[in-house]
Design a protein around this ligand. Structure first.
Ligand SMILES: [Zn+2]
Length: 183
């Protein structure tokens, strides 16, 4: 007997609408421009619990970076934690550094944990590898924002300059996380 599965392998990866709405809220005054760019990529009337094509959303973020600058996209990503309900218990470096893969898995379908892996390399230092479809400036800004919001500390998240980069067509980017000096 033939059966159809709702999770057939041909199903394209999707992102939860709530994620998109948090990004739009984080845009502040730029929100109307963000909504127009999303609409250009076929994403409109976003509802928090609906699911949207991930590739289209990632392309929209790339368009935002092209039109508004990578720095603006970085500022938007960093603001996102101020526009979502944060789960309790994320209050130590070792816990936060490991939370990005599970968080991605919860907010996306058909894309696993986004190829996000991590390693704690010392006291308040670690490495996060990301293979999400998102621009790496966006990944880096979201990571920075979550660390700072959850731990209340200034953090430095630096893209490894010598390794692979999604911008050059590689599968992953590596981000090196450390606590920013107080001075
Ligand atoms: Zn990169």
């Amino acid at each position: 007997m033939l059966t159809t599965s709702p999770t057939s392998p041909t199903t394209a990866p999707t992102v939860r609408g709530g994620n998109i709405l948090s990004m739009l809220s984080a845009m502040g005054a730029f929100r109307p421009m963000g909504e127009r760019i999303l609409q250009d990529h076929g994403i409109a009337f976003v509802s928090p619990d609906a699911w949207y094509d991930l590739a289209s959303y990632a392309l929209a973020l790339r368009t935002i970076a092209t039109r508004m600058g990578a720095n603006t996209l970085f500022m938007i990503g960093k603001e996102i934690p101020n526009h979502i309900d944060l789960p309790p218990g994320l209050d130590r470096f070792e816990v936060v550094v490991g939370s990005f893969g599970p968080a991605f898995a919860m907010n996306h379908r058909g894309a696993g944990a986004g190829g996000i892996t991590y390693e704690v390399t010392g006291d308040w230092t670690g490495r996060i590898v990301s293979a999400t479809p998102y621009p790496c400036d966006f990944d880096r800004s979201v990571i920075t924002g979550f660390f700072e919001k959850l731990l209340g500390a200034r953090m430095r998240v630096a893209h490894d300059a010598f390794g692979p980069c999604k911008k050059r067509g590689d599968a992953t980017c590596l981000h090196i996380v450390s606590r920013a000096s107080a001075s």
